[in-house]
Design a binder for this molecule. Structure first.
Ligand code: AQP
Length: 332
C-alpha cells in the first residue's frame, strides 16, 4: 500500500517555494486519502548551527505552517524528528551502508558547504543518510518534494538497494520521488537562475508565508522580468526564466496548467499580469498566515499535537528498526 513521507527543516521562515513545492502538495496527498507522515526535521536543521530558542520557535511555527496549509493532524501523522529516536538509530546503520564517494557527489552539500568544505559539520556531509532513514524507517513508497531534493531521493534508493544486497534481503522499498505540478522549482524573484530559498540574504528574493498583503504586492511589483508581453504558449517562455517563474507560480496557486494560464493571459504586459498575480497570492496566502498566527498563540496545543504524532510515528518505526537490527545481527 502506498505511504507518503516528507519533511521540512525548521531553519527559517517558510516561503512560497516551500508552500508550492511541498506544503500544498502534502495537503493534496492527504486529501487523496493516502496515508501521510510529515515531519519537522530539526535534526537536519542543526547540521548548521541554530540558535536554540529560535529553533524551538521555528519548529512550532513550522508545525503551524503545516496545519494552516491543510495538513490535518487527525488524518496525517505530524511530528518532530528528534521526538522519534528511530530516525537517528537507523541513520547510523545507513552511515555504515552509504559510501563517502556517494556523499561527495551531492550538489546540496557542495552548495551549502561552499568553498570551505573542511569546516562543514560531519552532519551536513551525512545529511542524505539521515534523510534516507527518515523515509525508510516508515517504508515510505512516495516522497513529494521540490526538484532540489531529487538527488537525495536517488541516494535513498541507492542506500536501500545496497542494504538489501549486502544483507541478502528484500526489506527496504525503492521509494519514488513525486515531483509534479508547475512549481517544483520556484525561483528567486530577483534572479531567475537561483531557487527561492530561506537562506538568500535578500528578503526581496522570496515571498514569506507570513508577509502581509502590501509586502507581497511590493515584492511582486519589483520582481525581475523582461520587457516583452506574455506569450500565448509555453514554448515562448523557454528563454525567459523570470517570466516563466511568475507564470509557474500563478499556475500552481490557481491549480491551473501553464497552458491554461497562458491561454488566458497571453499578450498581456507584466504591468497587467503582476497585479493579478499578487491578488491571487494574497488571496491564497493571507488565510494561511492568519491561521498560523492564531495557532502560534497556543504553543502548548502545538506541542501536544506533535507529541501525539510522535507516538503514532513510533508505532510504525519501532518494528521496522527492530527488524533492521535483527537483519544486521545486533543482539537484542
Ligand atoms: N524554491 C523552491 N521551489 C520548490 N520547492 C522548494 N523547496 C524548497 N525550496 C523550494 C522544497 O521545500 C521542502 C522543504 O525544504 P527544506 O526545509 O529541506 O529546505 P531547503 O530545501 O533547504 O529549503 P530552502 O528554503 O532552500 O532552505 P535553504 O536556503 O536553507 O537551502 C523540500 O521538499 C524542498 O524541495
Amino acid at each position: 500500500t502506498p505511504r507518503v513521507f516528507s519533511g521540512i527543516q525548521p531553519s527559517g521562515d517558510l516561503h512560497l517555494g516551500n508552500y508550492l513545492g511541498a506544503l500544498k502538495r502534502f495537503a493534496d496527498a492527504q486529501n487523496k486519502g493516502v496515508q501521510s507522515i510529515y515531519c519537522m526535521v530539526d535534526q537536519h536543521a542543526i547540521t548548521v548551527w541554530q540558535d536554540p530558542e529560535k529553533l524551538r520557535q521555528a519548529t512550532r511555527e513550522l508545525a503551524a505552517g503545516f496545519i494552516a496549509s491543510g495538513v490535518d493532524p487527525k488524518r496525517s501523522i505530524l511530528f518532530n524528528q528528534s521526538q522519534v529516536a528511530e530516525h537517528a538509530q537507523l541513520a547510523w546503520i545507513f552511515n555504515c551502508v552509504a559510501r563517502m564517494g556517494w556523499m561527495k557527489r551531492m550538489t546540496q552539500f557542495k552548495d551549502k558547504a561552499g568553498k570551505n568544505a573542511e569546516n562543514a559539520s560531519l552532519g551536513l556531509f551525512g545529511y542524505p543518510a539521515l534523510m534516507a532513514a527518515d523515509i525508510l524507517i516508515y517504508h515510505a513508497t512516495h516522497v513529494p518534494v521540490g526538484e532540489d531534493q531529487k538527488q537525495h531521493i536517488e541516494l535513498t534508493r541507492d542506500i536501500a538497494a545496497k542494504f538489501n544486497h549486502d544483507y541478502g534481503v528484500d526489506f527496504f522499498p525503492m521509494t519514488e520521488p513525486v515531483i509534479e505540478g508547475a512549481a517544483t522549482r520556484v525561483m528567486s524573484l530577483r534572479d531567475g537562475s537561483k531557487k527561492m530559498s530561506k537562506s538568500d540574504p535578500s528578503d526581496a528574493s522570496r515571498i514569506n508565508m507570513t508577509d502581509d498583503a502590501d509586502t507581497i504586492a511590493g515584492k511582486i511589483r519589483k520582481a525581475k522580468t523582461d520587457a516583452e508581453a506574455l506569450p500565448s504558449e509555453a514554448e515562448g517562455l523557454k528563454e525567459r526564466p523570470e517570466a516563466r517563474n511568475l507564470v509557474n507560480i500563478y499556475a500552481a496557486l490557481a491549480d491551473m496548467t501553464v497552458a491554461e494560464v497562458l491561454a488566458e493571459n497571453g499578450g498581456q504586459q507584466f504591468s497587467a499580469f503582476k497585479p493579478k498575480l499578487s491578488d491571487l497570492a494574497v488571496a491564497k496566502l493571507a488565510p494561511i498566515s492568519t491561521e498560523m498566527a492564531r495557532l502560534m498563540t497556543q504553543p502548548d496545543e502545538i506541542d501536544a499535537i506533535l507529541r501525539h504524532g510522535a507516538a503514532q510515528a513510533r508505532e510504525i518505526a519501532a518494528p521496522i528498526l527492530a527488524r533492521t537490527y535483527d537483519i544486521v545481527g545486533m543482539v537484542r
